[in-house]
Design a protein around this ligand. Structure first.
Ligand code: ADP
Length: 321
């Protein structure tokens, strides 16, 4: 991550944070590369190779005391105290998977010995052919499924050891968007976003400002009272992104977010996700969109037949042989 290192002073979301104009031209994306840490050769594996030996014990990955740069968005978050430096040092890993194997009841083995570490602030593309295991990784992270073998930690919590009553709390650490948006058709843009906070019991006085901020960030303030059916595909996806961000998640998952969008609108969405990442949110995006992956030059984790076959920074999309 470049612009918002962990522990950086969380900035409030301001009006100026709203994307006044999200240019579909891919050039600004390329320009962003200059702000990245120096790119390594695309063929070179990650030097720090965190995936090789992830620190998976709960003790090793302490719960963070505060949120990174996005914390201006969450309801009531402005009151949170800043993390002490020693706390920041222990809050750097958002996802840790170690030796994860997943077999479904029908005997299909979807993941085989997967090791993956996603530090706070990372932007990761999860790529691979259909059936490679991408959705299974996501299902494990949202604890829709449990690993058959190995450990899956989210923000320091071992998802395999969670008590049932703690599952909703852990899921709140994740914001997720899908290819088909999954908006409530009879609710306005504003109410779709607010709903994410209502279901977790957020007080009304905190909901309104948090929703306003989220809508500003995705550039939909002017459409707040429209129904999803009155929006373009790109606007519907931006609504879904606002809904996924409004509760201030630790991990933002985008599951083929551009799958239903034409190329120009896809660029808008990708630029928005990059911007959200620059504000300090850790992003994991599963995609088949080779053009986007190659242009953006972020970390690419490639799965094939349930195994990680490539994990590179500043990488292009390559179809594995
Ligand atoms: P991807 O998202 O990369 O297309 P998936 O994670 O959906 O891959 O699937 C990985 C493998 O697991 C595939 O062989 C798929 O058929 C199998 N699989 C996925 N979900 C289930 C399930 N609920 N029951 C049985 N097999 C499944």
């Amino acid at each position: 991550m470049s612009a918002a290192p962990s522990g950086s002073n969380p900035s409030e979301i301001r009006d100026s944070d709203a994307p006044a104009e999200i240019a579909p031209d891919p050039k600004p994306l390329g320009a962003m590369d200059t702000a990245e840490k120096p790119a390594q050769s695309a063929r070179k594996p990650r030097p720090s190779a965190p995936a090789a030996k992830p620190p998976v014990s709960s003790a090793a990955i302490s719960k963070p005391a505060s949120r990174p740069g996005w914390s201006g968005l969450g309801p009531g978050s402005a009151k949170k105290p800043a993390a002490r430096p020693e706390q920041r040092l222990t809050s750097r890993v958002v996802v840790a998977m170690q030796g994860v194997t997943k077999s479904y009841p029908n005997g299909r083995v979807a993941l085989r010995g997967v090791d993956l570490v996603i530090p706070e602030g990372d932007f990761v593309f999860l790529v691979g052919p259909s059936g490679a295991g991408k959705s299974t990784v996501i299902k494990l992270l949202i604890r829709d499924e449990l690993a058959t073998k190995g450990a899956v930690l989210l923000d320091g919590r071992d998802l395999g050891k969670l008590k049932r009553r703690d599952v909703p709390k852990i899921r709140r650490k994740i914001g997720i968007v899908f290819q088909d948006f999954k908006l409530l058709p009879n609710k306005s843009v504003r109410d779709n976003v607010a709903f994410a906070l209502e279901v977790i019991g957020t007080p009304r006085r905190e909901i309104t400002p948090a929703v306003d901020r989220a809508l500003r960030v995705v550039g939909l303030t002017g459409q707040a009272d429209q129904l999803p059916s009155q929006l373009s595909g790109g606007e519907q996806q931006r609504t879904a992104i606002a809904r996924a961000l409004v509760h201030n998640p630790r991990l933002f998952i985008a599951d083929e977010p551009t799958g239903n969008l034409d190329p120009l609108i896809s660029w808008e969405i990708i630029q928005l996700l990059l911007r959200i990442n620059e504000m300090g949110v850790t992003v994991l995006m599963a995609t088949h969109n080779a053009e986007v992956v190659t242009a953006v030059r972020k970390r690419v984790v490639a799965l094939e037949d349930g195994r990680i076959v490539r994990d590179q920074v500043a990488a292009a999309y390559e179809r594995e042989a």
